[in-house]
Design a binder for this molecule. Structure first.
Ligand SMILES: [Zn+2]
Ligand SMILES: [Zn+2]
Length: 351
């Protein structure tokens, strides 16, 4: 099989001919039809995340090993099953849950494998979806898709969609509450759609770009705020009878956005931090107990969340927008375009 692999950091990916794996035991071999191109792939390719004070958090320090086939948003069909793999037959259309854990830590024991102490995520710690086939360690990590669901638009559900869904769930919104969604790119848009579909809360979208905000409005945002043109704190206070926001979900998560988030909160508000922009935050410590704020870090979601999300997507509640399609040989181009901000929706590789 062919796979586009990161051999050296920041250098073009190499399309290599590898042995197609065989599924044994509980394993399932998936023939990949669509593999989403995610911002994390850019970090894995560059080899670091931004830490505080310009310090770099290296992927190799987190246990990432190269050469690596990246890609963790994988949709395709079942090609081969080990003799202990149940519940699926050849050619079933499936979405792969990539946030695989070792199965034994306290997080895994309660189904939160995405927060495993020893993660084995596909496309990050083990070979992933920039390939013609991927070996999934167990049938338990597959979610069946309806036959009429498209693999290109479904693939991004397993990271982008799941991250947005996990964040909305972590905000624990009630119908009489409001939520500010900071950043209306792909993830923010999905969070707007999901918050409207499952919570009943009033959705306020915030961004610096009028065009993006118009799209946010079309996707269900009740109110839009351009924080470059108007003072976001003042705007939120006016909208909420001077009480503040019940929750903020920040898909940027940079020093500047979170500093603003902290100023527009109602008592008991939740701040859900999702984006991987990075930076640092100065906190007024006494305000934390007196106003009972909760700061929550949100990372992807559980396999059960993904099953729920696929069900929502099957009914059209969430529609990831695929804007660019690439061949395996164009993997480097796909990553470069994403890095340069030239992909508006989601890029998908069709190997
Ligand atoms: Zn674990
Ligand atoms: Zn991702």
């Amino acid at each position: 099989m062919k796979a586009a692999r990161i051999v050296k950091l920041n250098e073009p990916l190499q399309v290599q001919e590898l042995q197609t794996p065989t599924a044994i035991g509980s394993q399932v071999l998936i023939k990949i039809q669509s593999s989403g191109v995610c911002h994390s792939d850019v970090h894995v390719w560059e080899g670091y995340y931004e830490g505080i004070q310009g310090q770099q958090l290296k992927t190799t320090d987190r246990g990432v090993k190269y050469p690596l086939t990246p890609g963790h948003e994988i949709a395709g069909v079942v090609e081969g099953l080990g003799d202990q793999a149940e519940g699926f037959t050849k050619n079933d259309k499936v979405l792969v849950y990539p946030w695989i854990g070792e199965g034994l830590c306290p997080a895994c024991r309660i189904g939160e494998e995405n927060l495993c102490d020893k993660p084995r995520s596909l496309g990050i710690y083990t070979d992933g979806g920039y390939a013609q086939y991927v070996l999934v360690p167990s049938y338990r990590y597959l979610v069946k898709m309806e036959d009429d669901m498209d693999t290109d638009t479904s693939a991004p559900l397993s990271c982008a969609g799941l991250t947005a869904y996990g964040a909305v769930k972590n905000a624990n919104l009630k119908p009489n509450e409001n939520v500010v969604i900071v950043g209306t790119g792909g993830l923010g848009l999905m969070a707007i759609q999901l918050a409207k579909a499952i919570t009943g809360a009033k959705v306020i979208a915030m961004d610096l770009d009028d065009k993006k905000l118009e799209v946010a409005k079309k996707n269900g945002a009740d109110i839009i705020i351009n924080s470059k043109k108007e003072d976001p704190v003042k705007a939120i206070m006016e909208l909420t009878d001077k009480l503040g926001a019940d929750a903020v979900i920040d898909f940027v998560n940079a020093s500047k956005t979170v500093e603003t988030d902290m100023q527009l909160l109602r008592r008991r508000a939740k701040v859900v931090l999702v984006g991987l922009f990075g930076g640092e935050l100065k906190l007024s410590l006494v305000t934390m107990p007196t106003r009972a704020y909760k700061i929550i870090g949100s990372y992807t979601g559980t396999i059960n969340d993904l099953a729920e999300l696929v069900s929502l997507a099957g009914r059209g509640a969430i529609k990831p927008v695929v804007s660019n399609r690439f061949k395996l040989e164009q993997a480097t181009e796909a990553l470069t375009m994403l890095k340069d901000g030239k992909i508006i929706g989601r890029g998908v590789i069709n190997p």
